[in-house]
Design a protein around this ligand. Structure first.
Ligand SMILES: NC(=O)c1ccc[n+]([C@@H]2O[C@H](COP(=O)([O-])OP(=O)(O)OC[C@H]3O[C@@H](n4cnc5c(N)ncnc54)[C@H](OP(=O)(O)O)[C@@H]3O)[C@@H](O)[C@H]2O)c1
Length: 270
C-alpha cells in the first residue's frame, strides 16, 4: 500500500501498539484517525502522531464497547478524513486473575471491548471501504491457546480470531484484505498493568517470552499489512504458535501444568 494521502483508522490509537502503529504510518505520510475513551490521552497522542508525520490527524473519544458510540466514532472519522483505506482494531483490555476470584463484570467488559468493540467498528467502517482497502484485527497468542489466569481475555481473543477467519473469504471477493495479528509480548501500559495482577503461575508461564518494543511490533504489523498477509505473527514463538497451535497444545498444556504444580508446591502450606 502507498501511504501518502491514505486514511488509516486505528482503534486504541492513543496508547501502546495502536499509537506506535499510528506514528509509523503518519511518518509514511498517511492521514490518521485515532479512537479511544480517555480524551486527555487522545489529545497527547494526537500531538505526538501529528509531530511524527505530515498528514492530518483526527481523534474522537468513544467507548467502543458501546455500539452507538462505536458507530458514531467511525462516522466522525469518515466525515473528517474520508473513507478508510485501512482499519486497525487495537482497542482492548486484559485483566488476568484466578477465575473464581474475578467478578463476572470483568468477563463482560473484556468481551464487550475486545470482541464486540472490534465487530462494531468493522461493521460501521466496511460499507465505506472500497476495493484495495484493508482491515487488521489485533488478536493475541491467548486467542490461539488458552492461557492459565486469562479466563476473561483468552475467550475474547478466540472470538476475534473466529471473526477474522470467517470474514476473510467474504472480503476477499470484494478485494478487501484482512489480517489477524498475534503480537508477541509488547512493552505497553496494558502489559505493565497486567503484570500487577497476574497470578504467580501466569507470571512463570509468561516469564520466558521475548519482550518487544511497541515500535518494533508496529513495524512488523505494517510490514505484514503491506505484504497482505492474513496471519501476522511477529517473532519465532508467535510464528510457531500460529502455525501449529492445535498440534502442540497437548505438549504446552503438560508444560504449563508442570509450572503450575511447581509454583503451588513452593507456596506456604495452609
Ligand atoms: N501488549 C501486549 O503484550 C499484547 C500482546 C498481545 C495482544 N495485545 C493486544 O494489542 C492491543 C493493544 O494493546 P496494548 O498493549 O497496546 O494496550 P494499551 O497500551 O493499553 O492500549 C489499549 C488502547 O485501547 C483503548 N481502549 C481500551 N478500552 C477501550 C474502550 N472500551 N473503548 C475505546 N478504546 C478503548 C485504550 O484507550 P482508553 O483506555 O483511553 O480507552 C488504549 O488506547 C489489545 O487488543 C491487546 O489485547 C497486546
Amino acid at each position: 500500500m502507498d501511504w501518502p494521502g491514505r486514511h488509516v483508522i486505528i482503534t486504541g490509537g492513543s496508547s501502546g501498539i495502536g499509537k506506535a502503529t499510528a506514528m509509523l504510518l503518519a511518518k509514511r505520510g498517511a492521514n490518521i484517525s485515532i479512537l479511544a475513551r480517555d480524551p486527555q490521552k487522545l489529545e497527547l497522542a494526537k500531538r505526538e502522531i501529528a509531530a511524527s508525520g505530515r498528514g492530518q490527524v483526527f481523534s474522537h473519544s468513544a467507548d467502543l464497547a458501546v455500539r452507538a458510540q462505536a458507530e458514531q466514532a467511525i462516522a466522525s472519522a469518515v466525515e473528517a478524513l474520508g473513507a478508510p483505506d485501512l482499519l486497525i482494531t487495537s482497542a482492548g483490555i486484559a485483566h488476568p486473575g484466578y477465575f473464581q476470584a474475578l467478578p463476572i463484570e470483568i468477563f463482560e467488559q473484556t468481551m464487550a471491548i475486545n470482541y464486540f468493540g472490534t465487530l462494531y467498528c468493522i461493521k460501521a467502517a466496511l460499507p465505506q471501504m472500497t476495493s484495495g482497502s484493508h482491515i487488521a484485527l489485533i488478536g493475541s497468542g491467548a486467542g490461539l491457546i488458552g492461557i492459565y489466569g486469562y479466563t476473561p481475555y483468552s475467550p475474547s481473543k478466540f472470538a476475534v480470531r473466529g471473526l477474522a477467519e470467517s470474514l476473510r473469504g467474504e472480503l476477499k471477493v470484494s478485494n478487501i484484505g484482512l489480517s489477524i495479528v498475534y503480537p508477541a509480548d509488547t512493552d505497553t501500559p496494558q502489559l505493565a498493568a497486567e503484570n500487577l495482577t497476574k497470578p504467580a503461575e501466569t507470571q512463570r508461564i509468561t516469564a520466558t517470552a521475548e519482550m518487544w518494543s511497541a515500535e518494533r511490533m508496529a513495524a512488523a504489523i505494517v510490514k505484514g499489512i503491506e505484504q497482505k498477509a492474513f496471519v501476522i505473527a511477529p517473532g519465532q514463538e508467535m510464528s510457531v504458535l500460529a502455525k501449529f497451535h492445535s498440534l502442540i497444545a497437548p505438549g504446552l498444556n503438560w508444560y504449563f501444568d508442570r509450572i503450575v504444580r511447581q509454583v503451588r508446591s513452593a507456596l506456604p502450606k495452609p
